[in-house]
Design a protein around this ligand. Structure first.
Ligand code: UD1
Length: 422
């Protein structure tokens, strides 16, 4: 079992470059199963969720060849419809994108239930509704999801009851090779949805409207691939470094990002007294803070709202800001488990339903804490960097599902994080 030992009180200073987006990459890799040919993808983050996606692609018969740790060539010409066991799927959320991809290419998919971070109940009813609207029959039993289409699928109109990233992506994947036109209404608009649509269109699909709440997919006969694609920079990784810069009262320039995607985060930080400067090209952002930030009231919402995946990190900043802040979760039922760990470090947080009431303290104090999920882990690293004394962080495998070389990259900005095996 590995842990991070974080020596606190280290303001972050310097420049850090952002990697490709995890949530785009974990959708684009399953999407390669749709292609009867080769494709090349770069700016892939080197994280454990990606390795797990590749294991599944290889099980299906794809040839996966990493040219560098961040660039891969995939040949899915010989992909076959095979059962993907629960052992492989339960390790990450995005495994369920193989249902959409296989259903579209073969009219059939047998895929284990997904895993991923525990934010309370995470139903997949909207994914299933989408597959059924296209004509599939879906059965869930023994930890498996079986989708079949006796008479073939046909394009149709799907209206999502909730704005769901996963359902939008899965229905988009399932419709790519299906005759006719599929429309997804009340679709999610996150940057990774646009990125997946751009990838699929580059490979020969016909998808319009991604990034708006109506996406139209006109089925094509096949995707030939033979093209290259570069994954969009990670909005959440950039946001994590922004919050770390502000909370540690440092000065960090974040490169290789898309500042437009960071607007919901920048707007809140500016309200709290953080300095922000964006490059004219919109690909760099400098974040610095000389003084203690002031309270903020934040509600997480689907894009372009404040991202739920930034909720734990911003809770750390609010914990050391002046005054009392209110942080409301507007996407998931339950995403405050990590606040128990922050409280061990001296944060004053009270949960009332979907809102955390955070009374700012002068400083946090390092102690032994455990990451309960991916973004909670990132938040606890930030807390350790800001705190007085030493923080011992367990559960770092959660963090490594989504952040490449996180300790090394924080250390390049002046943090003191050591990885220790027990
Ligand atoms: C994705 C992201 C995750 C992020 C979340 C919200 C990936 C791999 N994961 O998760 O990091 O936190 O978007 O931005 O991209 N819901 C239903 N029925 C469904 C599907 C969802 O009720 O069929 C509900 C969920 O319980 C939740 C809300 O819709 O309350 C949004 O969930 P969704 O956008 O689907 O999140 P994920 O795709 O699971």
């Amino acid at each position: 079992m590995d842990k991070f030992i974080i020596k606190g009180n280290t303001p972050l200073r310097g420049t850090v470059s952002i990697n490709g987006a995890k949530n785009a990459a974990v959708a684009i890799l399953p999407a390669t199963a749709l292609i009867k040919g080769k494709c090349r993808i770069d700016n892939i983050p080197n994280i454990s969720d990606i390795k797990r996606c590749c294991e599944i692609l290889e099980l299906l018969g794809a040839k996966v060849n990493f040219i560098t740790p961040n660039e891969v060539e995939i040949d899915s010409t010989n992909v076959e419809e095979k059962e993907i066991p629960l052992d492989l799927t339960k390790k990450f959320r995005a495994s369920y994108y193989f249902i959409g991809a296989l259903l579209s290419r073969f009219g059939k998919a047998s895929v284990g239930f997904p895993g991923g971070c525990n934010f309370g109940s995470r139903p997949i009813d909207q994914h299933i509704k989408g597959f059924e609207t296209l004509g599939a029959t879906v059965n869930c039993e023994g930890g498996m999801i079986y989708a079949t289409s006796e008479n073939g699928l046909e394009g149709n109109s799907v209206y999502l009851d909730v704005v769901s990233v996963g359902a939008t992506i899965n229905i988009m994947l399932s419709a790519v090779l299906v005759p006719g036109v599929t429309t997804i209404e009340n679709a999610a608009k996150e940057p990774h949805i646009v990125d997946l649509a751009n990838f699929l269109n580059t490979m020969g699909a016909n998808i319009k409207g991604a990034g708006t709440d109506i996406i139209k997919i006109t089925g094509v006969e096949e995707l030939r691939g033979n093209a290259s694609y570069s994954i969009v920079p990670d909005q959440i990784e950039a946001g994590t470094f922004m919050i770390a810069a502000a909370a540690s009262r440092g000065d960090v320039t974040i490169t290789n990002c898309i500042t437009k995607h960071l607007d919901p985060i920048s707007a809140k930080l500016v309200e709290m007294g953080v300095n922000i400067e964006e490059s004219e090209d919109g690909d760099e952002i400098r974040v610095w803070s000389d003084e203690r930030t002031t309270k903020g009231n934040i509600k997480t919402l689907p894009y372009p709202g404040f991202p739920t995946d930034m909720q734990p990190q911003v809770a750390v900043l609010l914990s050391v800001s002046q005054g009392t802040s209110y942080l409301t979760e507007g996407v998931f039922d339950s995403r405050f488990q990590y606040t128990e760990e922050l409280k061990k470090m001296g944060a004053k947080i009270r949960i009332e339903g979907k809102t955390a009431c955070i009374e700012g303290v002068e400083t946090l104090n390092g102690c032994q804490v455990t990451a309960t999920d991916l973004r909670a882990g990132a938040a606890l690293i930030i807390a350790g960097i800001c705190a007085d004394g030493e923080t011992e962080l367990y559960g770092i495998e959660h963090v490594e599902r989504g952040y490449e070389k996180i300790a090394e990259r924080f250390n390049s900005l002046g943090a003191k994080i050591e990885r220790v095996s027990e």
